[in-house]
Design a protein around this ligand. Structure first.
Ligand SMILES: [Zn+2]
Length: 651
């Protein structure tokens, strides 16, 4: 099958998968290269900032969000989730103490009746209140396993239960006289925001709270959301995913981030209950999403955060898109799906997003972008102060610059501001290292070849270390050097990315043939054994997928929050574009109005020279003299002068 998604064009349906894959949470990780730089950046610019944590907690005491449509309450839990994962990777003691202190602080911000909410009781259960309450639970859930103080652990669970109980006492089925969950995100004329997908995504932490406490009422509430928590007039997105006849961009509501968040919850629910139908629905959703909405940059939602069949409609200018919240949530979903399905295509997708949309969103130049603060979100009498956010919110695909908006930006009373994408960023770099060496039956599976040293034990308890070198994906090849306490037989499986058509693999210089998907080597491994992998680093020109007619639902009537179907008949010019990639790195051309001339209308390899690599960047010179850089390195000045494009006009 040839994929409609240009990035997945070489993916073969017949590919080897890994059963019983799991993250190795006991390993010690010592990163190198770009991942290390990125972790250090997030620590310095965000996670160690005690004042920032205090400010986020303070919003709960101030009840600073209102039914106007605000979400300051999401910031703390979202950043805590990232903080907890970055702590597990780095074991940074200062970070631990910052996280523990802010958890203690947050516990004092709980209302007497059990609520953690940034909405006053008068305004509760409107707009984004439930969404924010979800993030409080997720923040605690992520900190809990790291917590070293048993008394504090008990306090956390107790606080979570009181918080959840307040919700489930009031929200639920109409028959029980409760407020339906869809009505907890209403606007004036009683239409829920984004079909209430924001509120319904509380499913995920409710399932996990049940897992932690085994108290049935939390699972009952989760079942209520899954089975009847959809609006009275609309199809259930979960049923639509199970039926598998239409794609997510055709669902009644198409907000990319909130929709994926609901499916993260559905997957947890299915795994907890052993419900095969819902597990199938979640998996089908993920494959459809990958096929129909992921762009070459590894993000989605190219029509103002809404799905619009982006895999085939990448060359349509529809304003800002590819929200960083979408990129990161897709990475999270891919990481979960990799474990659940064992299908390495999800690792391919994870790495695509990591090295393109995600790392590109890092504000490494520390640009203050307060001029982009959205109109309409100012607080009367407060003057906006320059603020540096660690992550950008929207990634261009066509001629455009970074820093064109601040996703989910809201002002604080001191004049500074924060945003949704800035808060979600840290978890991306917190989970990536766990993909490097995962556990499987009798061995390990290498899913991400980022430089670093990964120390763990075999299943017999023998100490083993994998040292990865080669500056992948900027370099041409990867070297994995094993250190072992004593020789031992186990399996080491290696991901062969779907884009890599020609590969070589050697163990101690001896050639081994590769399979599609995963290549598994079972042998007695000795101290000092070295695996070398070479991937297909030819520069490939990708062409847009030609389509004739489509029905999309990306047009929203904002006041009523209704989605409207539109027929889309493309003009032929839409297909006169080309994008370039080298390995997983999609290449960008800096400057506007750049043209290329690729013959024919099919994907093809082109003559090109990689002229420099460093730990964090790549330059490629096409044979016509056009200079390209890896997309994450492009446009870092965030101004019009640093505009870039990934899809170049081809004529
Ligand atoms: Zn966002």
């Amino acid at each position: 099958m040839i994929s409609d998604n240009p990035y997945l064009r070489h993916a073969q349906t017949e590919r080897s998968k890994i059963n019983n894959l799991s993250p190795d949470i006991s390993q010690s990780i010592f990163l190198d290269g770009i991942l290390k730089d990125s972790v250090d950046f997030v620590l310095a610019e965000q996670l160690l900032d005690r004042e920032l944590w205090k400010k986020f907690v303070e919003q709960y005491r101030l009840k600073s969000d209102s039914a106007k449509s605000e979400w300051r309450g999401e910031y703390w839990g979202k950043m805590m989730r990232g903080g907890a994962f970055v702590y597990s990777v780095t074991r940074n003691e200062t970070l631990y103490s910052v996280l523990e202190d802010t958890v203690r602080d947050m516990l004092t911000a709980q209302d007497d009746n059990g609520r953690f909410s940034t909405y006053s009781e008068d305004a509760e259960f409107t707009k984004w209140d439930m969404w924010c309450r979800k993030y409080i639970l997720l923040g605690f859930i992520c900190f809990y396993p790291l917590c070293r103080d048993d008394i504090l652990k008990e306090q956390i669970v107790e606080a979570m239960k009181r918080h959840a109980d307040y919700i489930i006492d009031r929200v639920g089925s109409k028959i029980q006289g409760k407020m339906p969950i869809t009505m907890t995100s209403v606007v004036q004329d009683n239409k829920p925001v984004h079909g209430a997908m924001n509120s319904m995504s509380i499913l995920e932490p409710m399932v996990i709270l049940y897992r932690m406490t085994k108290e049935k009422r939390y699972l009952d509430f989760a079942s209520y959301i899954v089975n009847e928590g959809v609006g009275e007039y609309e199809d259930s997105i979960f049923e639509l995913a199970y039926e598998d006849k239409i794609s997510p961009y055709q669902y009644p509501h198409t907000k990319a981030y909130e929709m994926m968040s609901c499916f993260e919850g559905l997957l947890e629910y299915a795994l907890e209950t052993g419900n095969e139908k819902w597990k199938t629905a979640a998996i089908r959703f993920a494959y459809r999403f990958m096929e129909t909405d992921i762009t070459v940059m590894g993000s989605a939602g190219t029509a103002h955060e809404f799905l619009n069949h982006a895999s085939v409609r990448q060359t349509v200018h529809e304003g800002i898109g590819q929200e960083t919240c979408v990129s990161v949530t897709w990475m999270k979903l891919c990481a979960r799906m990799l474990i659940v399905t064992g299908d390495p295509i999800f690792a391919d997708c994870f790495e695509q997003t990591l090295y393109n949309a995600y790392l590109g969103a890092f504000n490494k130049e520390r640009i203050d972008n307060h001029k982009a603060f959205p109109k309409g979100f100012f607080i009367e009498g407060i003057e906006i102060k320059p603020t540096v956010l660690p992550f950008d919110s929207y990634t261009p695909l066509l001629s455009g610059n970074r820093g064109r908006g601040i996703g989910g930006a809201l002002l604080f009373s001191d004049g500074t501001y924060y945003g949704c994408c800035a808060c979600i960023g840290a978890i991306g770099i917190g989970i990536a290292p766990y993909l490097a060496f995962m556990r499987q039956n009798n061995g390990f599976a290498a899913m991400l070849y980022s430089d670093g040293t990964y120390k763990t034990n075999t299943q017999n308890g023998t100490a083993v270390q994998f040292k990865v070198e080669g500056n992948y994906p900027f370099g041409d090849s990867v070297r994995i050097i094993l250190s072992l306490e004593k020789s031992e037989e186990f399996t080491l499986s290696l991901r062969i990315p779907s884009w890599s058509v020609e590969n070589y693999l050697t163990v101690n210089g001896e050639k081994i043939s590769t399979d599609k998907g995963m290549t598994s080597i079972t042998r007695i491994w000795n101290d000092g054994d070295t695996v070398e992998l070479g991937f297909d680093m030819r520069v490939e020109a990708l062409r847009p997928t030609v389509y004739h007619k489509d029905i999309i639902r990306s047009k929203i009537i904002w006041r009523t929050c209704e989605m409207v179907s539109e027929e889309d008949i493309p003009t032929p010019e839409r297909f006169d574009y080309a994008a370039f990639r080298r390995g997983p790195l999609v290449l960008a051309c800096e400057g506007t109005d750049k043209h290329v001339s690729i013959k024919g209308n099919k994907d093809t390899y082109v003559d090109a020279k990689a002229i420099s690599y460093e730990s964090s960047g790549l330059e490629v010179m096409l044979d016509n003299g056009l200079r390209l850089v890896d997309s994450a390195s492009a446009g870092k000045e965030w101004n019009e002068a640093s505009a870039f494009t990934v899809w170049m006009k081809n004529n």
